[in-house]
Design a protein around this ligand. Sequence first.
Ligand code: CAA
Length: 384
Amino acid sequence: MDFSLSEEQLMIQKAAREFAQQDCLPGVIERDEKQKFPLEQVEKLADLGFLGMMTDPQFGGAGMDTISYVLAMEEISKVDASVSVCMSVNNSLVCWGLEHYGNETQKNKYLTPLAQGKKEGQLYVGAFLLSEPEAGSDATHQHTSAIDHGDHYVLNGVKNWITNGSTASVYLVMAQTDANKGSKGINAFIVEKNWPGVSVGVKENKMGIRGSDTHAISFSDVKVPKENRIGADGFGFSFAMKTLNGGRIGIAAQALGIASGAYELALAYSKQRQSFGKPIHEHQAIQFKLAEMATRIQTARLLCYQAAWEKDHGLDYTTTAAMAKLHASDTAMWVTTEAVQVHGGYGFVKEFHVERLMRDAKITQIYEGTSEIQKMVIGRNITR
Ligand code: CAA
């Protein structure tokens, strides 16, 4: 067993750390307050090759491994989780899904610009549309319908809580094509945002990741050419589940980053803040908190690395990815809450960043499968 990172992985980690410090840190508090989408930062992600990190260079990607992706996600999430969620969705849910299950025409037309993050000089990212007002965890019960009309489908329905909702140019949409077939009656479609009948709802006013543009998207008699269906008829639910398995590694790494960002701030503060005549980290009450934070973060990191390693080695990573997400998101919630506590009154003030990290942590226990869903996935797999 080798726990060391390669030269290339270390280089990517360093580039991501520099990007986070130089490009994401300035203005992060204001973007959070004003719910401002981090456009410049996401454009820079495209320049760095971080929007299609794992995609084959043949399709415009950087051809890196999943460990590198985890390293970059951790560094960026330490500073701004609104930037990293855009990166995670585009990499794991959109590019990976298209690369593995799209056909050559779909890959050439959509994957290449999505992995490059640019088309004709403009930002070009994607979104993943599975959740609905009445189908979140119970993703099998899709109400959005796609009716077969020979050479095209007609799409109707509403999708909720869509990351990159207004920024994305391309949506991967799951919809019911045959309600009698349950999960086998669902298909996945590539839909362009500017097609007639597609509308973007208002931006959600959220507790955390406030810069990220989360919207409802509705479809009213949208004509989707048959060549835009991904895979064989009825493959849509399987497509969504398989794609989400990798997505969960990305969100686990995001949660890891939020936790380690808060821990690093708490550690630095504990060395500088004095009380009862000494730096507060010399008090056992604070030192024990720091020790437990460091231990929980390290276990989350190891799970993220293991899930990424399994994926890179062609193994079934479903269970480890769910474990990584479950553990890292609980760690993020716990560590950020303790980081606020270590900061005392200052932790409750925006300038010290930890209150924002605590708010950002919460969503990692919810999106791409709640913690309860991760337990279902793990439980079903270990008892099979
Ligand atoms: N990997 C691969 N295949 C899977 C799978 C997985 N993780 N989970 C289920 N499947 C397959 C099953 O094997 C089964 O296939 P067969 O019929 O061939 O045997 C099929 O899918 C149906 O599965 P189930 O019978 O288990 O379906 P279910 O209705 O009982 O529940 C579920 C499945 C695991 C609860 C699923 O609905 C689920 O994961 N729900 C959570 C959805 C989710 O994560 N949503 C996140 C939204 S996306 C998002 O947040 C993106 C963003 O913007 C940040």
